[in-house]
Design a protein around this ligand. Sequence first.
Ligand SMILES: [Zn+2]
Length: 198
Amino acid sequence: MLEIPPGVYYKSIAPCICPIVNYCSHCGEKVVFRVPEGDNLPRHLCDACGTIHYLNPRLVIGTLPEWEDRILLCRRAIEPRRGFWTLPAGFMELGETAEQAAIRETLEEANARVELTGLFTLLSVPHVDQVHLFYRARLLDLNFSAGAESLEVALFREAEIPWEDISFRTVSTTLKHYLTDRGSGEFVFRAGELKAQG
Ligand SMILES: [Zn+2]
């Protein structure tokens, strides 16, 4: 059967993150990259112990915390996009629910306590193998501060949002939908896809 060197398939579809498995995490032998019997996509296979190492997209989960007419944003202290503003969000951990992830990330990045008020956006980002989910959330108090991954945390009115310095398109897309819906008085869940640029 045709064998493709590990990483080639992922490099062709996801040049940015390209997760590569070289060795079997079960037995330590080198893996090969080919289509398993009964499958239709190449996978990282261990011929020594038979393990198939599946790679799947990752979930990034966050909140859009509201306080009256203002929105909480965090300025990133870490790469990628250090120094840019973001909604509090991060990778979902094993063993937690999506809601727990949203609340935890908001606490970690902004030391902010929130009550979730509904899932608002679900944005697939296939060129980096991620799906981003944002919940609307009500800030419970104003005792927030920068967490370890933030340089600063602040509340912004619509006219104050630093659009040129927003970290990720999923964040700016979520903010735009939010402001549109707030203007119309009805919040509507949005699902969509962000394609690679240029
Ligand atoms: Zn193995």
